[in-house]
Ligand binder design. Sequence first.
Ligand code: ATP
Ligand code: PAU
Ligand code: K
Length: 249
Amino acid sequence: MILELDCGNSFIKWRVIRSPAGAIVSGGVVDSDQALIAAVQALQIEPPARCRLVSVRTEDETTLLADALVFAFGLVVTRASAAQALGGVTNGYVEFERLGLDRWLALLGGYHLAKRACVVIDLGTAVTSDFVSATGEHLGGFICPGMPLMRNQLRTHTRRIRYDDASAERALSSLEPGCSTVEAVERGCMLMLHGFVLTQIEQARAYWGEDFTLFITGGDASMAHQVAPWARVVPDLVFVGLAIACPLD
Ligand SMILES: Nc1ncnc2c1ncn2[C@@H]1O[C@H](COP(=O)(O)OP(=O)(O)OP(=O)(O)O)[C@@H](O)[C@H]1O
Ligand SMILES: CC(C)(CO)[C@@H](O)C(=O)NCCC(=O)O
Ligand SMILES: [K+]
């Protein structure tokens, strides 16, 4: 059994697979190291002997998690690291080691699946987009706040924007102009995300015409899918890249 982890800024996405290219046994999303260990311990399976992970958390936080996993399961941990080139893709950052590793793995995964030009949009705490040419050149990308950051900034920096999660969800049943605070904020932020996605598509068309694949991933992938129903939604795209960056055979 192999434990795979994508440690984002807000959540840890995890799954257990049988072997390096094997079937998915289980998986989920947790909000702490302790919750992760509890979730894996609760599985009625032999404990994972190996773990491969990618993290955009600090070095200290990631080491703490790796140590806790070694202590809990006695497994061997392999961590994805930065590279100038891998899997036919060259990193486009001036300082390649500064490109977020989740972005790097997602675009490795996208290029591996598409085998042609692609754009990878990941909607999590932050929303990121990355461009890869047909020949595997990473052209760079964009980073902007995700839905949770946008709405929390408004809540934090204004005095009269206050509403609960349940009404937020109801407000998104339509994208007509809002007639209450919650509708105005939720729909406004959603339209900002839609605009971001549409601009990425415009840029991709300017480069490649229709000759590219748009990948959408991340917890809020459905928000982008609304404006690009033809895109490929691949929730585990980071894990596809993780297998390339950390082969375990
Ligand atoms: N089971 C879930 N648990 C938590 N969040 C979820 C879940 N399913 C979907 N989401 C959504 O996913 C978003 C979080 O995205 P995701 O899990 O991709 O990344 P993250 O860890 O928050 O951040 P990042 O990967 O950008 O560092 C939240 O805004 C939430 O709406
Ligand atoms: C942008 C995030 C937060 C998205 O998870 C992550 O990829 C990250 O911390 N990146 C480092 C900065 C960069 O990619 O330029
Ligand atoms: K992410």
